[in-house]
Design a protein around this ligand. Structure first.
Ligand code: TRP
Ligand code: ZN
Length: 318
C-alpha cells in the first residue's frame, strides 16, 4: 500500500504502539526497533565512527603533504573518501565543480531519496583545510559528523516528510567560495525550496565551548532543546558572524543555524566554570596550524555535537 506522507508517519506510530502492547513478541515481524522508533527519534551517532572518519582524513593529509587544502591532492582524496561512503549507503551524490584562485574546486552534495522536494532540510560542512595543516578540528570534525549523520539516515531507513540533503563545501578557507557558488547555482527557485541550512564548522575544539548560531529561531531552539536535555548551557555564537558557509545562505534569505565549539578566542573564567576546560586559553590553540591533528579534538564535545546534528536533522524534517 502506498500511503501519503502523513499516512506513513501515522503507520509508523501505529507499529510502535502495537509493539509496546505485545511486549515486543511479534513473532515473524521485523524487529520493531529497526523500524518504528527510527521514524520517531534521532539515533545516537556512534562517536567511534565519527573518530574513524577523522583518522582517515588525517591519513589523507599525511599522505598528501600534510594538508587537505583547496586545489591540492589532499582535498580531492578527502572528497573521494566521503563520496564513496555515501554512494555505498544509497545516496544520490553530485560533485559540483568551480574555480577559485586558478585551481579547480569541488562541492559534494548528497541527496537522500524521498521526502517533499519543495521542503529541503540541509546540513553542510566545509571539507577543505588550510594549507598549513591537516584541518582535523577545522573542519574534519564537522565533515565527519555530517557524514555519520547521513549514514545514520541510511542505516535507519529514515523517511521523513521533508527531503534531506547533505553537503561538503570546497574552498571555504579561501572565503566561502564553494558554498557561495552552490547558493548562486540554485537560483531563486532552488533557494526557496530550502527550509533550513544547518552549518557545522569546528565542533570538536580541544578546549570547547558550546555555541549555537542565533540566526533562525526555530533552528536555534531545536539545538537548545537538545543541549538542555543534556543539562548543558549554551551561548550564542559570536566569534565572527558570517565567517563560515552559512553566510551565503543567510544572505540569500535561507533560514540558517549551526554549532561551533570555538576557534582562536580565549575561554573566559565564567565559560570554564560552566563548561570545564582552561580559562585564559583559546578554544582551539591549533586553529589554522600544523598541530590541528587528530590529537586536537575533545571527544566529549565531538560526541555531543555529532548527536546534536542528528537530533536537529530528525526534528526539523518531520
Ligand atoms: N570558518 C572559520 C575558519 O575556518 C572558523 C570560524 C571562526 C567560525 N569563527 C567562526 C566558524 C564562527 C563558525 C562560526 O576560519
Ligand atoms: Zn578554518
Amino acid at each position: 500500500m502506498k500511503l501519503p506522507r502523513s499516512g506513513r508517519a501515522l503507520a509508523a506510530g501505529a507499529v510502535a504502539v502495537a509493539t509496546l502492547i505485545s511486549g515486543g513478541s511479534m513473532a515473524g515481524a521485523a524487529p520493531a526497533a529497526d523500524t518504528a522508533p527510527a521514524a520517531l527519534a534521532a539515533p545516537d551517532i556512534p562517536i567511534a565512527n565519527v573518530k574513524a572518519h577523522l583518522t582517515q582524513l588525517q591519513s589523507i593529509a599525511t599522505a598528501n603533504g600534510g594538508n587537505r587544502a583547496h586545489g591540492r591532492p589532499g582535498y580531492q582524496a578527502s572528497l573521494n573518501y566521503v563520496k564513496a561512503k555515501l554512494d555505498a549507503a544509497g545516496f544520490t551524490t553530485t560533485v559540483q565543480r568551480f574555480t577559485a584562485s586558478g585551481r579547480t574546486g569541488y562541492n559534494l552534495i548528497a541527496d537522500w531519496p524521498g521526502g517533499d522536494a519543495n521542503q529541503v532540510v540541509m546540513a553542510g560542512s566545509h571539507l577543505d583545510s588550510v594549507s598549513s595543516g591537516p584541518g582535523i578540528n577545522d573542519n574534519a570534525s564537522g565533515s565527519a559528523a555530517v557524514l555519520e549523520t547521513a549514514l545514520a539516515v541510511a542505516r535507519s531507513g529514515h523517511q521523513p516528510t521533508k527531503h534531506l540533503r547533505f553537503a561538503w563545501w570546497g574552498a571555504e578557507e579561501l572565503g566561502l567560495v564553494g558554498s557561495r557558488y552552490y547558493v548562486n547555482s540554485l537560483g531563486s527557485a532552488g533557494r526557496a525550496k530550502i527550509n533550513g541550512y544547518l552549518n557545522f564548522d569546528m565542533i570538536g575544539s580541544p578546549n570547547p565551548g558550546y555555541f549555537v548560531y542565533d540566526d533562525d529561531p526555530t533552528i536555534e531552539q531545536t539545538f537548545q532543546e537538545y543541549f538542555a536535555g543534556l543539562g548543558i548551557s549554551t551561548e550564542i555564537e559570536t566569534e565572527g558572524d558570517g565567517r563560515s558557509d552559512h553566510a551565503p545562505f543567510k544572505n540569500a534569505g535561507v533560514p540558517v543555524g549551526g554549532l561551533f565549539s570555538g576557534a582562536d578566542y580565549r575561554k573566559t573564567s565564567a565559560q570554564a566554570a560552566k563548561w570545564g576546560g582552561t580559562a585564559g586559553q583559546p578554544f582551539d590553540r591549533c586553529y589554522h596550524s600544523s598541530c590541528d591533528t587528530t590529537a586536537n579534538i575533545n571527544d566529549t564535545a565531538l560526541n555531543r555535537n555529532s548527536d546534536a546534528v542528528a537530533y536537529a536533522m530528525w526534528e526539523l524534517s518531520r
